[in-house]
Design a protein around this ligand. Structure first.
Ligand code: PMV
Length: 340
């Protein structure tokens, strides 16, 4: 393929997602292969928009990739992850050209919503198209996974299931759509309980958990049943069934991480207070169920109507700084292809 066959610039967007059956642990850290499957909900409005253009060497600064984030040069660690990801696309396509990458995030910083999920999903779509590849959604998902495990799920909209896969090359470690965004009008109400970055990144924490937590084997054993129960609940739109699995999956993931050495504790006082609010709402008859990711924020699954009760109750919980109400959204999509 010659550079003249390539689109000039491809812009793609993807929404972030929240796991209801958590991914925690890798079967192969190099290929970023998950040890278990997971199940999530992709969200509207909170996501990433990324433009990729493979530029002829002559136009590239010092022959390298030029990577920006929210209109400023990307922080070095983020730029390095993007560069490594672009190398995968370059290897696959033999497009040996440096790239210009511009990412904008609509995931509020420090909101505790995984921006790496939407970021690598948008990057996988934009970079593969800009390099002349037309991947099927499952192939795109397997590519996005190599940037971030949760990104594999953001390729699809609505409720999504990620398979751990069995192959050593990771080609079957990809996600698939379970139920489209418009089919079930649920909400995730987020209680933000702290500012600033998380204590320990998810990859490092997963590795420490797998190496040192005596509960890791139990965690791995429990996930397939949780996945089957969550899948059945999604397909029958059973909020109570799904909510129960989501809570127990989150508690098991955190229990497993807390038992690592040194222990990994993502929660703060307001995390526990928000969980208590959810239990109180439930005791009063509201169908609300929490999940917590690798951070202190609490995300509560409920119906669209109940979100009107859940949001003020969380906002009034001591230590909760802000709330957000999130709605299901579509999968990754190409917004623009500007050809030479
Ligand atoms: O995709 P990563 O490497 O950021 O890991 C995601 C880990 C959790 O958010 C805690 C769970 C999940 O399944 O998204």
């Amino acid at each position: 393929m010659s550079i003249f066959d390539l689109p000039l610039a491809v812009t793609a967007r993807a929404g972030t997602n929240i796991a209801l059956v958590k991914y925690w642990g890798k079967r192969d850290p190099n290929l970023n292969l998950p040890a278990t499957g997971s199940l999530s909900l992709t969200l509207a409005n909170f996501g990433s928009e990324t433009t990729v253009r493979f530029a002829p060497d002559a136009e590239a600064p010092e022959g390298g990739d030029r990577i920006s984030f929210d209109d400023a040069p990307a922080p070095p660690r983020f730029a390095e992850r993007v560069r490594r990801f672009l190398n995968l696309v370059r290897q696959e396509t033999r497009v040996g050209l440096p790239a210009e990458v511009a990412t904008r995030n609509s995931v509020p910083t420090a909101a505790g919503l995984a921006s790496s999920a939407s970021g690598f999903a948008a990057l996988a779509l934009a970079a593969s198209r800009a390099a002349g590849m037309k991947l099927a959604p499952r192939e795109l998902s397997a590519l996005a996974r190599q940037g971030s495990g949760s990104a594999a799920r953001s390729i699809f909209g609505g409720f999504v299931e990620m398979a751990a896969g069995e192959r050593s090359d990771g080609s079957d470690a990809c996600a698939q759509a379970l139920l489209p965004a418009g089919a079930w009008d649920v909400r995730l109400v987020v209680a933000i309980t702290a500012e600033g970055p998380k204590a320990i990144g998810s990859s490092q924490a997963m590795e420490l958990t797998a190496k040192t937590s005596p509960y890791y084997a139990g965690w791995l054993q429990a996930v397939p049943q949780d996945l089957a129960a969550a899948r059945a609940a999604v397909l029958t739109q059973d909020l109570v069934g799904l909510g129960r699995v989501a809570e127990r999956s989150a508690m098991r993931m955190h229990a497993c991480a807390m038992a690592a050495d040194p222990p990994i504790l993502y929660w703060n006082g307001a995390t526990l207070a928000a969980m208590e609010t959810v239990r109180r709402l439930r005791a009063a008859g509201t169908g609300a169920f929490f999940t917590v990711d690798a951070g202190p924020h609490v995300k509560v699954l409920c119906t669209a109507r109940d979100a009107e009760l859940v949001e003020p109750a969380l906002a009034a919980t001591p230590g909760v700084l802000r709330t957000l109400v999130l709605v299901p959204g579509p999968g990754a999509e190409v917004l623009r292809e500007e050809r030479r």
